[in-house]
Design a protein around this ligand. Structure first.
Ligand code: FNR
Length: 185
């Protein structure tokens, strides 16, 4: 399953994932993106009578071999809407849907550090959620240095990565596939 932390229609990270999904190394994956914008704000009032979208999140997690998190960086951390999704999945106590799910983190931003701050925070959160996060390779995708064009498109046609990026990102996906296989289902 895939969580994308950017929910705007033209989200950089949605476009980044769309480009990632088109790499040949993505062929062995069956990615399903969960729309985190479908979730209400977490509230303990409704924890035991969760809305349909929360049940859908749990069902998708149960059916998934791993979790790919594609995160933007907001103020050197992750977007609140992504934390909201992770919080929902962690409740109620004893029913943490994220536990033991092999996980990989990747992200794109327009800032110089390419989501480094967000990813470091996210690693802390995932540690508490008992998610085994792949350590290497790390990908901090700075969308302002020529890997994407000025409009944030991955290429002129908007759906492919430049060759230098594609090779590196392909190795990230290969490593994630190997990471998932090291954990029993
Ligand atoms: C940003 N942006 C940003 N970029 C970055 O590299 N480091 C940061 O700390 C921040 N902080 C930040 C806060 C907030 C509230 C916003 C809205 C934006 C810029 C960010 O990289 C850019 O808006 C991307 O397009 C965000 O990705 P999505 O949401 O389009 O996928």
């Amino acid at each position: 399953m895939v969580l994308i932390g950017g929910i705007s229609t033209n989200s950089l990270n949605k476009r980044f994932f769309a480009a990632l999904e088109k790499l040949p190394e993505a062929n062995g994956f069956d990615f399903t993106v969960f729309d985190i914008a479908s979730l209400p704000f977490y509230s303990q009032d409704v924890e035991n009578t969760p809305p349909e979208s929360v049940l859908a999140l749990s069902e998708l997690a149960a059916a998934s071999d791993g979790v790919l998190i594609v995160t933007p960086e907001y103020n050197r951390s992750i977007p609140g809407v992504l934390k909201n999704a992770l919080d929902w999945g962690s409740r109620p106590p004893g029913a943490n849907i994220w536990a033991h799910k092999p996980t990989a983190i990747i992200g794109a931003s327009t800032g110089a550090i390419g989501t480094f701050g967000a990813q470091q925070h996210l690693r802390n959160i995932c540690s508490w959620l008992d998610m085994p996060v792949m350590n290497q390779p790390t990908v901090y995708f700075n969308a302002s240095t020529g890997m994407m064009d000025a409009a944030g498109r991955t290429t002129a046609d908007g759906d492919r990565l430049y060759e230098s990026s594609a090779g590196f990102l392909g190795s990230f996906l290969d490593a994630f596939a190997r990471w998932i296989k090291t954990f029993p289902k």
